[in-house]
Design a protein around this ligand. Structure first.
Ligand code: NAP
Length: 246
C-alpha cells in the first residue's frame, strides 16, 4: 500500500487530511508534537475504519534532526513514502509592539522552515515512489498569506513564504514530484476556536457565499484532489467557502 506522511496529523485539518488519505487507500504516518493521545486516536480510527495502517510519530518539525528521524521512521514502517502533507503550524495573535523578534523567528521556524526541512528529508524517498499518479507534496498556506494579518504579521509572513517554497519546489522537482499548496479560509479547529467567540463565528459565516464555516474534512477533500491531479503543480488552491474571489 502507498504511504503518506502528514505533519501535525493529530488534530484539526491534519487529522481531516490523514483520515481522507487513509480512506483513499494510503498507510498514514501521523506526526504530532505534544498531543500523543490525540495522535493515537487518529491511528485507532484509521485502523478501525479503513483497510490502511497508521502510526503516530512524535517530532517537533522545527528541529531538523527530528524531521530526518520522522521521515526515516515513516519509510522504515511502511517501506517507502509517496506523499507528504506539510500541515503542522502554530498561530500566535500579537500585534507588532508586543511581538518580539525571537517570537517572530520561532514561528517562522515551526511554520515555514519546517516545510523546507520535511520536503528536503523526504525528497530522495519520494523520487523512489512508484505510485500511479506520481508522488506529491502539499503545503498548508492560508488566505492570510494574501490578505495580511494585522494581529499576527509573522503568521501571515510564514504562510506567504510557504507559497514561494511551493512554487520553487514545483519548478525544482519538475517532472518527478508535484508540489502544491492549499490556502484555507476559516476552518473550525482548535486553532480558530482559541481566538474566536460564537458571535465571531456567526459573523464570519454570514459573510460567506456558502453560509457555513469550513470543516477539516473540506480541506481533506481538497488535498485529495491535489494529490491526484496529475497536471497541476505549483498551484495554491483556495478553500474558503468563497470568501475571496480574485
Ligand atoms: P491546529 O488545530 O492548531 O493543529 C495544529 C497541528 O500542528 C497539531 O497536530 C499540532 O500537534 C501540530 N503542531 C504544532 N506545532 C508543531 C510542531 N512544532 N511540530 C509538530 N507538529 C506541530 O491547527 P489547524 O487549524 O488544524 O491548522 C492546520 C494547518 O492549516 C496549519 O498549517 C494552519 O496554519 C493552516 N490553516 C488553518 C486555518 C484554520 O482556519 N484552522 C486557516 C488557514 C490555514 P500537537 O497536536 O501535538 O500539538
Amino acid at each position: 500500500m502507498p504511504a503518506a506522511l502528514i505533519t501535525g496529523g493529530s488534530r484539526g485539518i491534519g487529522r481531516g487530511i490523514a483520515e481522507q488519505y487513509a480512506r483513499d487507500g494510503y498507510d498514514v504516518a501521523v506526526n504530532y508534537h505534544s498531543s500523543e493521545t490525540a495522535a493515537e486516536d487518529v491511528v485507532e480510527t484509521i485502523r478501525a475504519e479503513t483497510d490502511g495502517d497508521a502510526v503516530a510519530i512524535q517530532a517537533d518539525v522545527s528541529d531538523s534532526g527530528a524531521v530526518e528521524s520522522l521521515v526515516e521512521t515513516t519509510v522504515e514502517t511502511f517501506g517507502g513514502l509517496d506523499h507528504v502533507v506539510n500541515n503542522a503550524a502554530i498561530s500566535q495573535h500579537k500585534h507588532t509592539p508586543e511581538l518580539t523578534v525571537e517570537e517572530f523567528d520561532t514561528l517562522m521556524q515551526i511554520n515555514a522552515t519546517s516545510v523546507f526541512s520535511v520536503t528536503k528529508a523526504a525528497h530522495e524517498h519520494l523520487l523512489e515512489s512508484a505510485v500511479g499518479e506520481g508522488p506529491s507534496v502539499i503545503n498548508l498556506s492560508s488566505r492570510l498569506a494574501h490578505a495580511g494579518a494585522p494581529h499576527e504579521p509573522h503568521y501571515a509572513a510564514s504562510k506567504a513564504g510557504i507559497i514561494a517554497i511551493t512554487k520553487s519546489h514545483a519548478k525544482e522537482f519538475g517532472p518527478d514530484i508535484r508540489v502544491n499548496a492549499i490556502a484555507p479560509g476559516y476552518i473550525v479547529t482548535d486553532m480558530t476556536d482559541r481566538t474566536n467567540t460564537a458571535e465571531d463565528k456567526r459573523e464570519r459565516r454570514e459573510k460567506l457565499p456558502l453560509q457555513r464555516l469550513g470543516e477539516p474534512e473540506d480541506v481533506g477533500q481538497a488535498a485529495a484532489y491535489l494529490r491526484d491531479a496529475r497536471f497541476v503543480t505549483g498551484e495554491t488552491l483556495n478553500v474558503n467557502g468563497g470568501q475571496d474571489m480574485v
